[in-house]
Design a protein around this ligand. Structure first.
Ligand code: CMP
Length: 143
């Protein structure tokens, strides 16, 4: 079954949006298989966002993601990567459709409350990076 990495960023945690975001993903039928509330180190932030290293906003991005706790998760389900991307809405919340997480809960591209893997390759890389030493739970859905 497909898995994707999802992170509620420091703005989402500070604003008390963990429950809202988890609620949406659960109701859609995705299954939470790993989660942790954690303070991100500079080293982890730089690795996570390494594809953006040359972008002008890289420094700002790393500072923001290390500014407070994040809620890191692995979600599983059919087409989980694309489904989560669709549910998050466009990266820039001002362009995100109402009904999406960013379209309902955010305004700024820097503080866009949530991150989700954008491809099977990045999902595999991000799950290994954030949960490498841990094995996501396997459990059958009975309902
Ligand atoms: P995310 O999905 O976490 O992946 C990279 C992040 O970079 C993105 O969400 C945005 O929060 C952030 N980002 C993208 N463009 C900009 C920008 N122009 N200024 C600041 N942050 C940006």
């Amino acid at each position: 079954m497909e898995q994707t990495f999802v992170m509620i960023k420091p703005d989402g945690v500070q604003r008390g949006l963990i429950g809202d975001i988890v609620y949406r993903l659960e109701r859609r039928g995705l299954r939470l298989v790993a989660a942790k509330l954690m303070q991100v180190s500079r080293q982890l932030a730089e690795k996570h966002y390494e594809e953006h290293r040359d972008k002008p906003f890289f420094g700002e991005l790393v500072s923001f993601i290390t500014s407070g706790p994040v809620f890191a998760m692995v979600w599983e389900g059919q087409g989980a990567i694309a489904v989560v991307r669709q549910m998050m809405g466009k990266t820039n919340p001002q362009e995100a459709a109402p009904g999406t997480i960013r379209g309902d809960l955010a305004l700024s591209i820097g503080m866009n409350v949530v991150h989700g893997s954008d491809s099977p390759e990045s999902a595999a890389r991000e799950i290994a990076l954030w949960f490498g030493g841990e094995t996501p739970l396997k459990y059958e859905r009975s309902m």
